[in-house]
Design a protein. Structure first.
Length: 309
């Protein structure tokens, strides 16, 4: 007997003039995406030609309808093991270019098939009932940013804040003090752009940083620095492993910041010292040029193994 496929539920979003349609028949695949894009949810879309992402739950790799041509070529692969100061993710992957399709194969976790020209991504996640919600969110986000960059929206692995129309970016791998520095500025009156994935758009004469507000993930070590986090109830500071999470608006009298031009890149370092010192570069021009070259090229390296941390 052939199993009857459940009807797809549709969810609509709009990211800075780019419409996004997400379809899935699985509530397990719907909840993390709606959480990720909660600030961009729409009841209808006025824009035409939406990006379309369809995710399906499957029980076995044999259920994934994927055919790869003989002319396909491998772009990259990884084991998910710790590399340098990057933590282990335990998520092996292989990325394949097959004509106009980019295929990200995460082996036992599932497969993403992305067609940037068509503005479509199909995801097949194996046994999502066994996956943590942040893994489902991560895989969806990878597919989304691959499609968004075809519409001129890029992302970087950094926290971002805004004050008086000027942006601060704090890049770095997990454990380098990004979120601790971010919260310190947030509680000092800076406005929230993103804890991990701000959007970047080339405005011609300058680069715009656009808000991508998501939940803020914190370690127990970071929580220990801030009384409001230590004392927060579970419905505000949500339990999780290895990190807990909260929404900025639930703890701080701040709003989501406005699009802005980056004015500073802050590189925090964790040191065994009781005092903190900072140094500033008075000229923004050189790093802006470097910023464009670096992130416009590295965005295509797939995937950033540290995205989930």
């Amino acid at each position: 007997m052939t199993a009857v496929e459940k009807p797809m539920a549709e969810y609509l979003f709009s990211l800075y003039g780019t419409p996004v349609r997400y379809a899935t028949a699985s509530p397990l695949l719907a909840a993390p995406v709606n959480e990720l894009l909660r600030h961009f949810r729409r009841d209808s879309l006025e824009e035409s030609a939406p990006l379309t992402l369809c995710f399906r739950a499957v029980q076995d790799r044999a259920d994934i309808p994927l055919t790869i041509s003989s002319s396909a070529r491998q772009l990259s692969s990884g084991t998910g093991a710790a590399v340098g100061d990057r933590r282990e993710t335990g998520l092996p992957y292989e990325v394949i270019q097959d004509g106009g399709r980019l295929i990200a194969d995460f082996l036992d976790a599932g497969v993403l098939v992305m067609d940037g020209v068509q503005g479509r991504a199909d995801g097949y996640l194996i046994k999502p009932e066994t996956m943590p919600a942040n893994l489902i969110e991560y895989l969806f986000h990878l597919a989304l940013i691959e499609l968004l960059r075809r519409r001129g929206l890029y992302t970087i692995h950094a926290t971002a804040l805004e004050k008086h129309g000027r942006g601060v970016l704090i890049p770095g791998n997990s454990g380098r003090g990004k979120t601790t520095s971010f919260i310190s500025l947030l509680r000092s009156g800076y406005r929230y752009l993103s804890d991990d994935h701000p959007l970047i758009r080339d405005a011609g004469t300058h680069v715009d940083v656009l808000p991508f507000p998501i939940k803020i993930n914190v370690t127990e070590a970071t929580i220990a620095f801030f009384p409001e986090l230590r004392d927060a109830p579970d419905h505000v500071l949500h339990p999780g492993s290895p990190k807990r999470s909260f929404h900025a608006e639930d703890l701080y009298p701040t709003s989501v910041g406005d699009r802005c031009q980056p004015a500073m890149v802050l590189f925090p370092h964790v040191v065994d010292a009781l005092t903190v010192t900072s140094s500033f570069s008075p000229r923004a021009g050189p790093w802006k040029s470097s910023f464009r070259r670096r992130y416009w090229s590295t965005i295509q390296r797939w995937p950033d193994e540290n995205f989930r941390s």
